[in-house]
Design a protein around this ligand. Structure first.
Ligand code: C2O
Ligand code: CU
Ligand code: CU
Length: 437
């Protein structure tokens, strides 16, 4: 928690032992566990993070979704911390930074999927200037991993690296199917991050009233009643749960994210249903809960970029093919025909401008596009205009479809990246470098 406008924290990335579902597991983690500590800050705060690398490979720290500088000791994806070394990050959140749930994870190209799968992730809360009236707030970090019989981390197969690895065990705050207790009539705020490497979470909590405050750093003016929420890897949901007596399961129900058209077209989707948590709502007896009844204040909504003057239009085509593989290069995961090269700049943008990007998915599998630092607004999906806009930093582009987004490149300049947030695809090259100046 930040104090007097400063958050100072040390994160130790290292292998460690944890208990998962009653067994010992040898995973990775920050400060000896998974997920890492939740960092709580406010707009305008200064943040100083010392990251120590106790891993066998290089690592670094990415503050996913934060609108902070991409340069120097800030959210710089090009920092490389060798095993045994430390790095002092230091940055400031702008005074008008949107409140919401963000997260942190490693970003050293080539080992991102393995390090996140291993257990390196944690939540960042940017507090609301005006608290939302609820009985309780919970941060739920959802992740997945696969353990071998002896409790060590399973290594991804070639097929899993193509499809995007999905773990056999789906964890909530590092636990298998934890029990959540609520009392009827209470209203809770659940802030959920999908920290899975590749798994989509189509979340349901049947029998309970769900209202969505927002997604990523975006807020609806008024919470929206929903039956389910789809979170691509990297997405977050800000959910109000109004409890009704009974037992309910927080479930991830099947979502078909397509296949890669290779290896017989198998895999790729999330075919099985998983129970993430068991929610027991007890009778509250007499006496109401004031917070459950208090109206939710109207939330600030972003400037609507549909009315903005667009200075540049670009297209980004996502493909996965055998080309690169056959050529002896990578696995053929490309944006505009090219695999990631950190020494190249793919996109140069004029600072302060608004751009419109056409995201074209030419493959048979969904790709969730993520841009660092500057959030995006979806304008059109599959040729149809959206009816409201939201700031989001991961936008799912379904298989064989086109999504139009607009981005305001304000606040900062510098070099950073955009990539598919199926982290295996990112490690395989589906990432580009953007220079805003
Ligand atoms: Cu959550 Cu570039 O990553
Ligand atoms: Cu990110
Ligand atoms: Cu992808």
């Amino acid at each position: 928690k930040s104090r007097d406008g400063v958050l100072e924290v040390t994160l130790d990335a290292a292998p460690g032992q944890v208990r998962i579902g009653g067994r010992n597991a040898a995973t990775l983690g920050y400060n000896g566990g998974l997920p890492g500590p939740t960092l709580r800050v406010r707009a305008g705060d200064r943040v100083a993070v010392t990251l120590h690398n106790g891993l066998a490979d290089p690592t670094n720290l990415h503050t996913h979704g934060l609108h902070v500088s991409p340069e120097g000791k800030s959210d710089n994806p090009f920092v490389m911390i060798e095993p045994g070394d430390s790095f002092d990050y230091e940055f400031r959140l702008p005074a008008d930074h949107p409140p919401g749930l963000y997260w942190y994870h490693p970003h050293h190209h080539g080992v991102v999927a393995a390090q996140v799968f291993g257990g390196l992730y944690g939540a960042i809360v940017v507090e609301d200037p005006l608290p939302i009236p609820v009985t309780r707030e919970r941060v739920l970090v959802v992740s997945d991993l696969t353990l071998n019989a002896e409790g060590s981390l399973a290594r991804a197969t070639v097929a899993e690296r193509m499809h995007g690895r999905e773990g056999e065990l789906v964890l909530v705050n590092g636990q298998l199917n934890p029990a959540v207790d609520i009392r009827s009539g209470e209203r809770e705020r659940w802030r959920i991050v999908n920290a899975c490497v590749s798994r989509y979470l189509r979340l349901r909590l049947d029998g309970q009233e769900l209202r969505l405050l927002g997604l990523d750093s975006g807020r609806f003016g008024k919470p929206k009643k929903v039956d389910e929420v789809l979170l691509a890897p990297g997405n977050r949901a800000d959910l109000l749960v109004t409890a009704t007596e009974g037992v309910a399961a927080l479930r991830a129900v099947p979502y078909d994210r397509g296949d890669d058209g290779m290896m017989g077209g198998s895999g790729g989707s999330s075919p099985s249903e998983v129970t993430l948590a068991t929610v027991t709502v007890a009778d509250a007896g007499s006496g109401g809960n004031a917070n459950a009844l208090a109206p939710i204040p109207r939330q600030a909504t972003p400037p609507d970029l549909r009315g903005a003057t667009v200075t540049a239009r670009r297209e980004f085509v996502f493909e996965m093919g055998m080309g690169g593989m056959m050529g002896g290069g990578g696995m053929g995961f490309t944006i505009n025909g090219r695999e990631f090269d950190g020494a190249r700049v793919d996109t140069t943008v004029q600072g302060g401008s608004v751009e419109e990007w056409t995201l074209t998915n030419a493959s048979r599998m969904d790709h969730p596009l993520h841009l660092h630092v500057w959030p995006m607004q979806v304008i059109e999906r599959a040729g149809r205009a959206v009816d409201s806009v939201l700031w989001q930093d991961v936008i799912n582009v379904p298989a064989r479809s086109v999504v139009l987004v607009r981005i305001a490149f304000t606040g900062f300049t510098g070099k950073t990246v955009y990539h598919c947030h199926i982290l295996d695809h990112e490690d395989n090259g589906m990432m580009g470098v953007i220079d805003v100046r």
